[in-house]
Structures are given as C-alpha cells and as structure tokens.
Design a protein around this ligand. Structure first.
Ligand code: NAD
Length: 261
C-alpha cells in the first residue's frame, strides 16, 4: 500500500463553492469559517442581515457574501443558489443548516400548537435546490438533522422535524444516486450556540449562563472532550470533500455516543 493522497489539511475544499443556510450564527457560521479556511467560497444565506453581513465581512469579500434568504421561500432559496453561480460560476455544496426549535414550553404531542408545528417543519425540512449540480453530475447536499431526530426529544415538533430530515435525506439520496449528487445528514447532540442558550433558558429556568453551559456539557457523554460547533463543521468538510465521494444517504452522528446508549 502506498497510502492515499489527500489535499493538504488547509485546502481540502479548494475551488469549491458552498451555500450555507443559517450561516450567520452558531454552527452555520463556524462551518462557513472552516470552509473558507479549507479554500472554499461561501454564500451565507440567512434572515439575520446585520450579523450575516458582519460574518461575511470578517471572512473577506473574495471568500464570502451574505444574502437574505428565508429558507421557507422557494424563490429566495433559488436566488441564493443563483448568487453562488453568478459570483463563482458553480455550486458544489448546499448545507441546509438553518433551523428553529419552535415553542419550547414542554407540551405533549396531542396539545401541540399546529401553527408552530407547521412553521418548524417548514424551516427545518425544506430541501434546497440541486438543479445546478445535476447537469455537472457532481455535488454534495448536507442536511442538518439532530440527535433529537434519532431518538425522541422533549420538544416534539423539533424532534419530528429532524426525524423527517433523516427520512428526506434517505429518500433524496436514493433518488439522486445516479445523478452524481450526494445527499447526507449530520446529527449533532447539544452544542452551545444561540439556539441552545434559548432552549436551556426555557427548559431550565432560573439558572445562570454558567449553569446552563454546564448542563449542555453534562448532557454530552464523552469525558475529557466538549462537543463544539467545530466538530460539526469538520464533519461537513468531510462530507463536502472528494474524500467522501462515495458517501451517500448517510447520517453522520456527532454525539460522542449519546444515541447508542
Ligand atoms: P442558531 O440559532 O445559532 O443558528 C440558526 C440560524 O438559522 C440562525 O442564524 C437563524 O437566523 C437561521 N434561520 C432561522 N430560520 C431561518 C429561515 N427561515 N431562513 C434562513 N435562516 C434561518 O442555531 P444552531 O445551533 O447553530 O443551529 C443550526 C442547526 O443545527 C439547526 O438546524 C439546528 O436545529 C441544528 N442543531 C443544533 C444543535 C445545538 O445543540 N445547537 C444540535 C443539533 C442540531
């Protein structure tokens, strides 16, 4: 064996172009940073304009641009894809990362607010366009699921939406296998992001930020390591890279063993 050649660690995505939804904050933002560090160009598609523009400016105008894009609006998603092609002439990866939790009041499924349920499903489960990738017979779509979709979780509409993402990934991956476009999911456990902070305040009221942070760390199983957004970003880099050229329909769980008992 002579081993296999891989691009140098810092340039694993050289020449690739990505649309990252929810790219203004949390995991999406850290993934955008990791993508750019690895040589990719990114379009941050989000609804937080000030933050999105600031993150894009930090990453540099050559590597990153922000566009307002509500992922529930098909035309806005198409416009984000068009922007990637207009700026860089191609699109290699869409990271469907934007997500919301919905109402965090502990509620049984039978009492769910249906408007809230519908909103969470709309934001969390709509897939982005692959129309640009199919003719090139190359591309990677990554959908953000969650351990909440692998096992049941306390927030039913969120859990159901993430389980739906996993079903969607399997279905679309099979459908697109012959097109050369790969479709995979990533399922992280709790990570300390703005979304997690809001969840913690609702689920464990009356505690300090430090206590909330400790609860998140305690939920995660591995001793001596903390689950961070960077761990998800690196999983996304792998799924995007040519090293994953035959990985399709997979759910890459990033949880330190939480869901295996
Ligand atoms: P976050 O709140 O920091 O980031 C989510 C981003 O999505 C925000 O910038 C928000 O503006 C954007 N967004 C929300 N609705 C949108 C819409 N309609 N259109 C476009 N953008 C929209 O949260 P995060 O923790 O970074 O979450 C990112 C993804 O990771 C979500 O899908 C979330 O469900 C998933 N996830 C998070 C955790 C965690 O513990 N933080 C664990 C598993 C999965």
């Amino acid at each position: 064996l002579t081993g296999f050649a891989t691009a140098s660690d810092s340039q694993r995505l050289a020449g690739k172009v990505a649309v990252i939804t929810g790219g203004a904050s949390g995991i999406g933002r850290v993934t955008a940073e990791e993508f750019v560090r690895n040589g990719a160009k990114v379009i941050l598609a989000d609804v937080q304009d000030d933050l999105g523009h600031a993150v894009a400016a930090e990453l540099g105008a050559d590597a990153a641009a922000y566009t307002r894009c509500d992922v529930t609006d098909e035309a806005q998603v198409a416009a984000a894809v068009d922007l990637a092609v207009a700026r860089h002439g191609r699109l290699d990866v869409v990271f469907n990362n934007a997500g919301i939790s919905g109402d965090l009041t502990p509620t049984p499924v039978s009492a769910l607010d249906l408007a809230d349920f519908d909103r969470v499903m709309a934001v969390n489960t709509r897939a982005a366009s692959s129309t640009v990738m199919v003719p090139r017979r190359r591309g990677s779509i990554i959908c953000m699921a969650s351990t909440a979709g692998v096992i049941g979780a306390a927030i039913p509409q969120y859990s159901v939406s993430k389980a739906t993402v996993l079903g969607l990934v399997r279905t679309v991956a099979g459908e697109m296998a012959h097109s050369g476009v790969r479709v995979n999911a990533i399922s992280p456990n709790y990570i300390w992001t703005p979304m997690a902070m809001v969840s913690m305040i609702a689920l464990y009221p009356g505690r300090s930020v430090d206590e909330h942070r400790r609860i998140v760390d305690d939920i995660n199983e591995m001793e001596g390591a903390t689950l961070e957004a960077e761990d998800v970003a690196r999983a996304a880099v792998f799924l995007t890279s040519d090293e994953a050229k035959y990985v399709n329909g997979h759910n890459l769980v990033v949880d330190g063993g939480y869901t295996v008992g």
